[in-house]
Design a protein around this ligand. Sequence first.
Ligand code: PGA
Length: 237
Amino acid sequence: MRPLIAGNWKMHGDMSWVEKPAAFEALMPATERKHLDILICPPSLFIAAMAASCHEANILLGAQNCHRAESGAHTGEVSAAMVKSAGAEFVIVGHSERRAGGETDENVATKAMAASKQGVTPIICVGENLDVREEGRAESVVTDQIKASVPAGVTDYVLAYEPIWAIGTGMTATADDIKAMHAVIRGLVGPKVRILYGGSVKPVNAKKILSTENVNGALIGGASLEMESLAAIARAA
Ligand code: PGA
């Protein structure tokens, strides 16, 4: 399956960052990455300004969130149609940092459906916290999240498994844990959906993670902010 290397810039950067796709292309030209997809998900405000530079560098563009409604009185929100018209083809939904703010599986499924209706591919995030992992319930909790967060009838989506305790902490799941969880996820999502691993993916651990069975790419936070490290991770795919 074609690997997807996805950068999640979270709430970092400024408008000068629209030059980063060109910098990435200089480090790792498109001819060297014909076998994989590179995706950058900047803050929504930057999407329109990055559409041209991403297109030129053969880099896909995504948003970090969208609203469930097509339009309406939702101050401060962006719809999937807006994301699309600004030039993004993907949207992350259900990131744990948003779930921590109260987003439920049901909310995530509604957003994924809203994105899908606009032809924007949702990247649906799931993952357990440390207590759940230590209690030995990680696989059942993630299974329940997937069952409730992937909307019925939507087949074009990406599933990102991100153990919460590994995000931004420098801790990663072991290759055996990743392999076991991704096998469970594969059984749920079927053979065609790309399953990403996320949580402290760095150049130093990328090869091991990306060569694990049923890992079809990575969702990368901190290490996606510098194009050097994003390119180093992409080279490991
Ligand atoms: P991290 O973030 O790579 O900084 O751990 C991953 C994510 O939150 O998607």
